[in-house]
Design a protein. Structure first.
Length: 156
């Protein structure tokens, strides 16, 4: 999934908590930002494995979207990483439960979206300058539904 979807879904979930006065609106936005930041490991993996343009954000982006020269997801995207972060968040709950809930929303929504692939997805592909863009029709539909959800939650 693309970064904007990784922002929108946790934002929607956190805004629901905001409407119930469980968290503040800056924390709701933080949930969306955390949803995006989980993919920072793509950049780290790019630095570790790329043969050329090691520190290039453009090369990292294009490898992730189109080229797929090597796996950019680190351990935090599955298996032991999910277990470790779940234990860490569980322990951290005793210190600041609101920040942990926000981090959990950002993290688990990210993992869910990354594994939410349909077998025969069709993609909308384009290129802006030197950046490849690719978004499935499923993701576009999902984005529209989430945005409508955000509007409804904010109106209620
Ligand atoms: Zn990811």
């Amino acid at each position: 999934m693309n970064s904007h979807t990784h922002f929108l879904l946790p934002l929607l979930c956190a805004l629901i908590l905001f409407q119930f006065n469980l968290i503040s609106w800056p924390l709701a936005i933080l949930a969306g930002i955390i949803g995006i930041l989980i993919d920072v490991d793509h950049y780290v993996e790019h630095i570790l494995h790329a043969k050329t343009n090691r520190f290039s954000l453009r090369a990292t982006w294009n490898n992730s979207i189109k080229l797929h020269r090597f796996q950019q997801r680190s351990f935090i995207h599955d298996g032991i990483g999910v277990v470790l972060l779940t234990v860490l968040m569980g322990i951290s709950l005793f210190f600041n439960w609101q920040v942990v809930i926000v981090a959990a929303i950002g993290y688990y929504s990210h993992i869910l979206l990354d594994y939410l692939h349909l077998n025969k997805e069709r993609f909308l592909k384009s290129k802006i300058l030197t950046f490849y863009l690719r978004e499935s029709y499923f993701e576009i539909t999902l984005d529209i539904i989430i945005i409508l959800g955000i509007i409804i939650v904010l109106i209620i």
